[in-house]
Ligand binder design. Structure first.
Ligand code: AMP
Length: 436
């Protein structure tokens, strides 16, 4: 077979129906837990002015420096496909006057994001995240609540045991400033041992040197000055309370002084969920407090804290743990027919059954009875309704139990009743679109 003429763009994948079972399940869990916790959903555009990210995330971050899809619009404006969610949500908070609402404003999102990095296992150019933001209040209890919500979702998805919460504080602008200076001084004279990236980062974003994965950089980072010597009393007390609340929630954590996260907007709490597996570097999600971000975007000083998790990566962990997403696609009934009168009956019967919550399939094409029964088997239908010319003439239908292989003839006008009884009426899920 020759290769198809078109391929999906590199690093961007189709989500095929089997994969959607996982996506749907994760979305359902996220919606349920977020709603339960009082969060409301927000969607921002996939594209923003590039300055939003440059300003919000910081010029010296990997994302802004090399991972954004940037292009010029038809009218000459520099645009970017969003690489993360927080900057857009904060923009929307300001643009839509959400400061006037009771604070904190609690929002969640489930969206695609784009990063121009080298595609590899668990890293794509288009990927999906769910995330939440709590904007407008500064209390360590909110940091703990956000972490709790993330942890609770991990539990629902069956991956909590595979993951470990890593947590750190990177302080406020003041104490972090002092620490940056201490770090830069420490690295003076050691530049030659640093990797190219770290050499570049040294004066622009020295904290990032702490989480470099290159061996020599790691050795240097391990003996670098510790933030605990620079942290101010206020930040220290704040962090201690976050940890105390986590203890109250009984969420286990590992204190990791080297965790900084890549972005400029974080203050105080930063955290990630890491795989417990030895050597695995891939986090499923991370977040932290961003008390300076709203102001950076031109608003009044307003604190915030948030979290985002990668959906594809979470699915990977679910699969590794042998967790299968529940599927509602169990076929209850296959309607098989032969001849025009039976076909007409089938065509009206199928939607009636579906409306009652009975998951019904039928091959209305020209297939033979044998081929139709083959399909019923293939889809693992529990029952088949079979109608030919004789059945229609006699106002009857055959109902076949596909697992037992037994069948009986019933009056056509009892088909619905019989099926409802056999399947259990209370187990059927009708889709009520409008609810009180
Ligand atoms: P970050 O805010 O960069 O830590 O991203 C949060 C989470 O999103 C990560 O822990 C990953 O699970 C996921 N993620 C980030 N970048 C990618 C990517 N390029 N491809 C797939 N998932 C990603």
């Amino acid at each position: 077979m020759s290769a198809p003429l078109f391929q999906a763009v590199r690093g961007m994948n189709d989500i095929l129906p089997d994969e959607h079972l996982y996506f749907s399940f994760i979305k359902k869990v996220v919606r349920h837990r977020c709603r339960q916790a009082g969060f409301r959903r927000i969607t921002t555009p996939v594209m923003e002015n590039v300055e939003l990210f440059q300003r919000g995330l910081g010029d010296a971050t990997d994302i802004v420096e090399k991972e954004m899809f940037v292009f010029t619009s038809n009218s000459g404006k520099r645009m970017a496909l969003r690489p993360e969610g927080t900057a857009g949500v904060v923009r929307s908070y300001l643009q839509n006057g959400m400061q006037q609402l009771p604070q904190p404003v609690e929002l969640y999102y489930i969206e695609p994001f784009f990063r121009y990095s080298r595609p590899q296992k668990g890293r794509f150019r288009q990927f999906h995240q769910f995330g939440f933001e709590v904007i407008g209040e500064n209390d360590p209890a909110l940091d703990a609540q956000v972490i709790y919500l993330a942890h609770r979702i991990n539990q629902d998805l069956g991956v909590a045991d595979k993951l470990q919460l890593q947590i750190n504080t990177i302080g406020c602008k003041e104490c972090r400033g002092a620490y940056r200076e201490a770090l830069v001084n420490y690295y003076i004279g050691k530049e030659r041992s640093l990797c190219g990236d770290c050499k570049n980062r040294l004066n622009r974003n020295p904290l990032r040197l702490l989480d470099c994965k290159v061996e020599d950089c790691r050795i240097l980072a391990s003996i670098a000055p510790k933030f605990e010597n620079s942290i101010c009393d206020k930040c220290k007390a704040f962090h201690a309370l976050v940890l105390e609340y986590l203890d109250a929630f009984q969420i286990p954590y590992v204190k990791n002084p080297q965790l900084v996260r890549g972005l400029d907007y974080y203050t105080n709490t930063v955290f990630e969920f890491w795989s417990r597996k030895e050597g695995a570097q891939n986090a499923t999600g991370g977040g932290g407090r961003y008390d300076g971000l709203v102001e950076l975007m031109g608003g009044q000083p307003t604190p915030g804290v948030g979290y985002a998790a990668g959906i594809e990566r979470t699915i990977e962990y679910m699969k590794e743990s042998g967790i299968r997403a529940p599927s509602k696609d169990k076929v209850h009934v296959f309607v098989a027919q032969l001849g025009l009168p039976a076909k007409k009956r089938a065509m009206t019967l199928i939607p009636k059954l579906r409306e009652l919550g009975i998951y019904t399939l039928g091959a209305i094409g020209k297939a033979s009875m044998k081929a139709q029964m083959g399909l019923a088997d293939k889809f693992k239908a529990q029952y088949a309704i079979i109608m030919g010319q004789i059945e229609v003439q006699e106002e009857k239908a055959i109902i076949r139990d596909m697992t037992k292989g037994s069948q009986e003839i019933i009056p056509y006008d009892t088909v619905i009743e019989v099926l409802e009884k056999k399947l259990g009426r209370d187990k059927l899920e009708t889709h009520r679109l409008w609810e009180e």
